[in-house]
Design a protein around this ligand. Sequence first.
Ligand SMILES: [Fe+2]
Length: 344
Amino acid sequence: MSEKPVLIAQISDLHIKSPGVLAYRRVDTASALERCVAALNAFTPKPDLVVISGDLADTPMAEEYEYLKRLLAPLTLAFVGIPGNHDSRELMRVAFPRAAYAFPAGPLNQSVEIGGLDLVLLDSSVPDRPHGELDAPTLQWLDATLASSPDRPALLFLHHPPFKTGIWHMDRQFLLNAGDLAAVVKRYPRTQLIAAGHVHRAIQTMFAGIPSTICPAPNHAVDLDLAELHEPSFKIEPPAFHLHTWFPGEGFGSVVTHHVPIGNFDGPHPFFGPDAWRPLGSRNGFSAASFRYAVAAVRIRRFSRFALRNSKGGNSKGAWAPFPCRAIAKEWPFASSFNWPRDF
Ligand SMILES: [Fe+2]
């Protein structure tokens, strides 16, 4: 089993149209995916895998999947995809023929083992219908898959959330046979997370005693209408993806899901250092030079005290360097960012 964390990036609901066509005549989903791909490529450390949890295309049409492949070509990470209600199983099989689908036809279920972690990808789509459902072969396959390696933790991915969110029009098209899913996963404590898409916004809850999430989209969000105020609507909210981080450890380890905004943001800025140290009343703060002088003065004072003490017989082991380093770091934490004594 891997000792380092396994990073699974989840992106969802790409809704790629034909080139030049906007989704809902308003959303440039292709440009949104380009920004998402750039963010994934730039992320450090490099995620081990990207899971695309449904609605890869929009209509769907073969041309949309071809465009999707062109947009995903710059992605430097391996990826797997499962269908959503906007997808076609047949067109996805044609577009991604080398995926390790569990069945030769029908649902596009997959199982991926990565770094001691099992990813179980469930096809919850129902052809030509917006709601989700896991058919009998998929549930049997899930049961057999979870039973096959009981000592490894497993993360489940599917497009339709198996729980209601309070958004009225989405709650009519969630996973209709959620109880069947619960009955299976409750038999296997190795299921550590159920991760869905479909709602285009970040949501967390528990389902069947398992932490469950919905991944936001890189484009538009379903409006958070909890009072049935509007017709089904969307908003352009900050785009994001999820990063599921599995830490090996006792038992099945632990999973932490990070919400990662997509875009260029100011920073990172160090909490400590000359730029951060700006006393009240100082318009421009200290310059870097004056800060270094101040740090050097403290070091000289500290070292003088130490040398004096050492000359009187203290610290006979000669381990002189770490002591003032620790002393300075303790009294003035941001000074520890300097390389002492090389800078001294
Ligand atoms: Fe969607």
